[in-house]
Design a protein around this ligand. Sequence first.
Ligand SMILES: Nc1nc2c(ncn2[C@@H]2O[C@H](COP(=O)(O)OP(=O)(O)OP(=O)(O)O)[C@@H](O)[C@H]2O)c(=O)[nH]1
Ligand SMILES: [Mg+2]
Length: 253
Amino acid sequence: MPPGRPSVAEVDDDRGETGARGPAGPADAGDGGDRRGDRSGTVDVVLPCLNEAAALPQVLARLPAGYRALVVDNGSTDDSASVARDHGATVVTETRPGYGAAVHTGLLAASADIVCVMDADGSLDAARLPDLVADVAPDRLVVGARRPVTAAAWPWHARAGNRLIAAVLRRRGVPVTDLGAVRAAHREPLLGLDVRDRAFGYPLEVLLRAAEAGWTVVERPVDYHERAAGTRSKVTGSVRGTWRAVRDMARVL
Ligand SMILES: Nc1nc2c(ncn2[C@@H]2O[C@H](COP(=O)(O)OP(=O)(O)OP(=O)(O)O)[C@@H](O)[C@H]2O)c(=O)[nH]1
Ligand SMILES: [Mg+2]
């Protein structure tokens, strides 16, 4: 457990309880079922969320049984938090802006042995998470390699930037083709990697830290869709957003 576990931000779910608590679903099988494919325990799914109210109903409806949603609301100005609760998610509030801040707080609020992290904007299908979870093992980070289903799903400049950074990672011994907008691993060891970036450098740093720690990084193909209608792009849809993400990643590199 990383030193100095800060108190988790306010955790509020539809049971009206607040503060840290055990898994919502069936009791964990203890070993989280380490044998490939045998995942009998609960899986916590961390969903960093900034103004994704229009996407959340569909995203949460696709969660497999036994997968518990932790929507980390990072200062949304739309009703993402209430929509998330209405659709059965646990809402965690994180006041520090930034993708990495939301993910880290979500991992601290989670309690299942196995966690997934995926975007909450409708671009990824939660029903595919078991494909990644099936390959989770000690010292292994399983990440999704995005396959855009339409050209609009992944604008060329974002794809080119991503491919460039993936090439830098391969030169550093991290065998990836994508920066993985979705990932799965054992929660405690993932926190133990002590990823520090709290912005958009997080997906890159987690790969570097895993490789540095001698983990195996495994990629699984995932379909990548356009973000849900009615939601606004924060990164790839604007030069400013893309520039901010590139700046955050350059800082990590
Ligand atoms: N909490 C939080 N979530 C964020 C922040 N920025 C983005 N997110 C969420 O993190 C996920 C990934 O961000 P996206 O904005 O989808 O990034 P992207 O997919 O590279 O680019 P677009 O989809 O074009 O915006 C989404 O679920 C966002 O809501 C942030 O500052 N705080
Ligand atoms: Mg997105």
